[in-house]
Design a protein around this ligand. Structure first.
Ligand code: SF4
Length: 460
């Protein structure tokens, strides 16, 4: 391993997409740190630039190429001055379009998918060292090897941290590229996850969100050598001193079993907030999407969750304008929102992803109809979100503070329901929980005041 101190290099990573990508970008930095790479917020003069891409959004590939065009100018400038800048494309667009990127962007040195970034040091050595390799495309889908190779000790994320426990998907929703870009479902072992959680806690984490494309399909090797599911994993993590809060995302309704529902009742550290996508409220559209569940099953799960943990707050994902969606189908989605009364929600217009079954469907919904439906849905979700937040006014809630402003007299934190909250208070409360009286509510945040200011300050 090279001497990192004598060999400092700048690493710039631009990340698109979900928390899994944010996690992956951090881990790329962890892997490269011992080789002298320090993360820089600015792309100028970087020695290595990585665009960690997402394939979910519309025109994802076009966006990558337009960003590459901008970044290329920086590479050209550095090379004109006699330097070297390695340019890499990572993530799901890299996985899906690796060869196309290499062909169309000759200045890109390296293309690698979500399951091969642990090989970054070797890939860089091949590009810069005696091998003299020109360019590399690395898009294997072996998840096991990646997790075995990730360093545990470097993982510094702060008060709230993310920990990848599961990757990939076997569900094959007809609109989604994930099963093709991330591969089949894979779960890390409990031992590996607990070790990583301990390292995060040692580095200041008080809240850990367990990540997975289908996180509640988790089925990793447990401490007894048997297969453990997510509730068992959560129970084990809840035993760790110093860890106050556990969350998990993203879940699929089909994997929401009673043991997991009861974990929300029994495990105090498991926060009363769940993101559970449904995508559509119409059984006909759910079938066309190959979601493998119906609306009643989804509503039954939520009823069971609320029985187990009456204050649980729900969040969901919705797609409007899927091929064949009629006014009535869309009304069924609006009805789900009214029944569930989400505390937050994410909604998108359907757009075809090349290579997915839905991309070949006919009976497309007109763009103006999609836009109209999306606006109506978002208005409705926002109403419930504001209503949920407004009902919190006057309550006293524990808040975990994760940021202080520059002046040091205002804090940012999160409630148990994952609401962002701003509170006047001293910076030394960062990383601590304190009770806050909620005084104001907006669509996306709350305001409040510390309940026991004096005693909290003394104990902090
Ligand atoms: S469950 Fe469906 S939407 Fe979620 S990752 Fe798998 S295929 Fe994609």
């Amino acid at each position: 391993m090279p001497n990192a101190e004598n060999n400092k290099k700048k690493l710039f990573i631009k990340t698109w997409g979900c928390q899994m990508n944010v996690y992956d970008s951090r881990r790329m930095a962890d892997i490269l740190r011992p080789f002298g790479y320090e993360v820089s917020e600015e792309p100028e003069d970087a020695d290595m630039m990585i665009l960690n891409t997402c394939h979910i959004r519309e025109k994802a590939t076009d966006k990558v190429f337009s960003e590459l065009g901008r970044m290329r100018r920086l590479k050209d400038k550095k090379e004109a001055e006699g330097g070297q800048m390695l340019m890499a494309v990572a993530g799901c667009v890299a996985q899906a379009e690796g060869d196309f990127i290499i062909e169309r962007a000759p200045y890109v040195d390296l293309v690698f998918g979500p399951q091969t970034y642990h090989e970054l040091p070797e890939m860089i050595a091949k590009l810069t060292g005696a091998y003299g390799q020109d360019r590399i495309v690395s898009t294997e889908l072996d998840t096991q090897t990646k997790f075995d190779a990730l360093p545990e000790e470097n993982n510094k994320q702060g008060v709230t941290a993310f920990l990848s426990v599961q990757e990939g998907c076997d569900k094959f929703c007809t609109f989604c590229v994930v099963p093709y870009t991330r591969g089949g479902e894979f779960s890390r072992s409990v031992e590996q996850i607990v070790n990583e959680a301990k390292a995060l806690i040692d580095n200041g984490a008080r809240e850990i969100t367990l990540l997975g494309q289908n996180v509640n399909a988790y089925h990793g090797e447990g401490k007894d050598g048997k297969t453990w599911t997510l509730p068992l994993l959560i129970e084990e993590l809840a035993k760790l001193d110093g860890l106050d809060r556990i969350r998990y995302t993203t879940s699929h309704p089909r994997d929401m079993d009673m043991a997991l529902i009861e974990a929300h009742r029994d495990i105090e550290k498991l926060m009363p907030y769940l993101h559970l996508p449904i995508q559509s409220g119409s059984n006909k559209i759910l079938k066309a999407m190959n979601r493998k569940h119906e609306r009643d099953m989804y509503l039954d799960i939520i009823a069971d969750l609320r029985k187990a943990r009456p204050d649980i707050a729900m969040s969901g994902d919705f797609i409007v304008g899927f091929p064949g969606e009629t006014d009535q189908d869309f009304e069924d989605t609006m009805d789900i929102v009214r029944q569930v009364k989400y505390a937050s929600g994410y909604s998108f217009k359907y757009s075809a992803r090349p290579g997915t079954p839905a991309a070949n469907m006919t009976n497309l919904v007109r763009e103006d109809v999609k836009a109209e439906r999306l606006a109506a849905l978002q208005n409705l979700i926002n109403e419930y979100q504001l209503d949920f937040n407004t009902k919190c006014i006057g309550m006293t809630m524990p808040v975990l503070f994760d940021r202080a402003d520059k002046a040091g007299d205002k804090l940012h934190g999160r409630t148990a329901y994952n609401q962002a909250i701003h509170v006047p208070g001293p910076a030394r409360l960062m990383g601590h929980s304190a009770n806050v009286i909620i005084t104001g509510a907006f669509a996306n945040s709350l305001t409040g005041t510390l309940e026991l200011q004096e005693s909290v300050l003394k104990s902090a």
